[in-house]
Design a protein around this ligand. Sequence first.
Ligand SMILES: NC(=O)c1ccc[n+]([C@@H]2O[C@H](COP(=O)([O-])OP(=O)(O)OC[C@H]3O[C@@H](n4cnc5c(N)ncnc54)[C@H](OP(=O)(O)O)[C@@H]3O)[C@@H](O)[C@H]2O)c1
Length: 304
Amino acid sequence: MSPTHKTVLITGCSTGIGASLVRTFASHINPKTTVYATARNLSSLKQFADLPNVHCFALDVTSTVSVQACVEAVEKHILSTSKEHGNENGSGGLDYVINNAGMGYDMPVLDIDIEEAKKVYETNVWGVLRVVQGVSGMLVKAHGTVVVVGTAFAWMSWPFKAVYSTSKASTTLLAETLRLELAPLGVNVLTIATTGIASNFLGKLADSKLPPTSLYREIETQFRSSAVMSGTELMATDKYTAQVVEDVLGGKKGIVWRGASAFAARLAVAGWLPQWVVVSTPFFFICFLFLGYGTFGGLLLGKG
Ligand SMILES: NC(=O)c1ccc[n+]([C@@H]2O[C@H](COP(=O)([O-])OP(=O)(O)OC[C@H]3O[C@@H](n4cnc5c(N)ncnc54)[C@H](OP(=O)(O)O)[C@@H]3O)[C@@H](O)[C@H]2O)c1
């Protein structure tokens, strides 16, 4: 593709960060971008009907068949439009793939339903790998960039978020390894370590239910409110995606921190904050949930 025109494929564009990334990339003038917006449910992409440079395709990142069909359709479109975008050779390259699709799951470790946890890994880990493998040929042709929407939780042990954190930590290491392996092929890899964003991601976790046998039943209400991280500072989705698009188009590589209080989170994981501050934050958080709940608070404080 010519330097003034780029192509970008984004996963999970029905809502939140993905939908905002579509609009932000689509409105970029220099370089102009053709956006391939994808989602499990094609009808959720009707919201982009007013944007002529956005083309919509069905894509479920947990299905190899779906990924293959989407990749074929996108490649065909890139090839058929490459001349009008100034590429006489019609290379069929893809400049950026943004792995945004993801899901959460909140549960105390003792209560994790392994089948549910597998669904999270299927989306957050293998979904990213499946998509990257699918578009790798197109990325190499364009000397493109793999982008992974990661999370600060990949570096934190936070009560009830073990499945989400470990899945995203795996994806971050996968991406960082891929960065080394793809560098000789001229492909860049960027992970966005994301802190709180005002999408509905956390809201979807509000329905998390503890199993009847859970040792945490007495604090179920607090468990639910902790799932949605109520009281946490959040950044507006559009503000976040404007920064991410600048990072991507600016050629950033490695790990970049973005979102509310991203700088503080970066300091914490870099070991620049005293360890007691880093460790005591989630510790006090869970103590706070338990305090006032006689038996459990007492047990936790050694009074049982
Ligand atoms: N919001 C935050 O504070 C925050 C912080 C750190 C990282 N992140 C990450 O940001 C990304 C986007 O989240 P968001 O905040 O925008 O939440 P969101 O609104 O819930 O978006 C999640 C998106 O992923 C899609 N998705 C889920 N499973 C999929 C699958 N199998 N195939 C294709 N798409 C699938 C969803 O599509 P459906 O509509 O079909 O379900 C939805 O479009 C996630 O990877 C999340 O981990 C978010």
